[in-house]
Design a protein around this ligand. Sequence first.
Ligand code: SIN
Ligand code: CO
Length: 395
Amino acid sequence: MRRPPIEARGTARQPLGMSPARFLRDYWQKRPLLIRNAFPDFTPPLSADDLAGLACMDGALARIVLHDAKRDRWTLRSGPFDDATFARLPESHWTLLVQDVDKWDPDTAALLEAFAFIPSWRIDDVMVSYATDGGGVGAHVDQYDVFLLQGLGQRRWSIDTRPNPPTAFRDDVELKLLREFNPTHTWTLAPGDLLYLPPGLPHDGVAAGECMTFSIGMRAPAAAELLQDFAERVAETWPESRRYADPDLRPVRDAGEIDAAALRRARRALGAFARAMDEDAFADWFGAFITRYRCAQTAQPRRRALDAAVIAQKLERCTFEPSPHSRFAWHRLGRGARLHVAGSTYDAPVAWARALAGSRQLLKGARLAKLAQRQRGIALLAALINAGHITLRQH
Ligand code: SIN
Ligand code: CO
C-alpha cells in the first residue's frame, strides 16, 4: 500500500482535508499529519493578555519556559504568576503555557467541537501557549496524541518520523528534553494550520516572532493504571471468606520456606489474575507480600552502618537476634534462594536463607560460621543488620 501523504489541506466541508473516518484509519495513533488551513481565517478565542491573566489565577496550571540559546540552558518556572513575573521577562526566547484553558474559557472549549468525532473522554484539555521570538519548550516526546493548532503568528515545527527514534532525556534540565533530535520534516505553521502528532513522536516547536499555539491534547490511561483500579474494584467484590487456604497442608521441614505447594495455593486464591506473572516473579511478589502482611512495625535502619568485614572477624563470638516484628521467609530459585524480610527481597545461599528464616530465636554465630558460601552469607547478614531486621550481640 502507498504511504498516506504527510500533508493535507483543509476545506470548509472537511477541516482535516479528509473524512474523520479516513483520518482515524490512516493517521490516528499511527503517523503525523500537517493540515494547512484546517481552521480558515482563524482568530484566537483569547488574547495573549487574557492568557497571562489566567496564568495569574489561583489554581491555574501555568508554566514559563526560558531558553538561554547561547548556552543552551533551560529554566522552568511554575505558576500561578503575577504582573511582576511578566515585567521581568526578557525580550525573546521564552514561552508561557497554560493547561486546561478550555475549563476556564468557553470560547476555547468551543474549539473542541471540531474534534467531536473523537470520544470526549479521550480528550484531556486545550493547552494554550504564548511565545516570544525563539520561544519553545525544546525537543521532546509526549505520551499522548496532540493536535497543534497555530493560533497567532508563526511557529516552526520540526518532527522526526523515523521508527524507534532515540528517547533518552537530557539529565541537565528539569524538562524532559531529548538528548538527541534529528528532524526529518520542518514546517512553518500559520494561523489555522493544524499539526497532528501521534504519541511518542519527537517534536520541537520554535516561535518565529510572537506566536500562540493551541494544543488539543488527548489522554489514555496506562495499562498499569487500568489494572490497579480494576484489581481494586474486583477485590471489593470478593468475599472475606475467599482467602489463601491450605486444607491440604502437610508437616513442613523448613518452617521459613515458601514451597511450591504454597505458591500454588496463592495462585489459586488469585484465580486468573495470577497468570499475569511468570512463576519466579510471582514467588518474589508473594514472598515480599506475605512478609509485610499484617506487620505492625517497620524496622529502623542502624544509625551507623556495620561493615561485613567487621562481622566476618568476630562471627564466632556473636549472636544475632532477629527483630520480632520482621517476618522472614524464603523460596528456592534455581540453585539459590530468595530471602524475603518484611517486604524486602535478597538473593541468598539456600543454607543461609534456611538458617536466617528458620528460627525466631537467637542465632549463634558459631553455627552460621559453619555454613557454605560464608562471604555471601555475611554480606547478607550485614545488609539485614543495617536494615534493622537483625540485632548483633557480642559476648
Ligand atoms: C507549545 O505549545 O509550545 C508546546 C506544545 C507541545 O509541544 O506539546
Ligand atoms: Co509536545
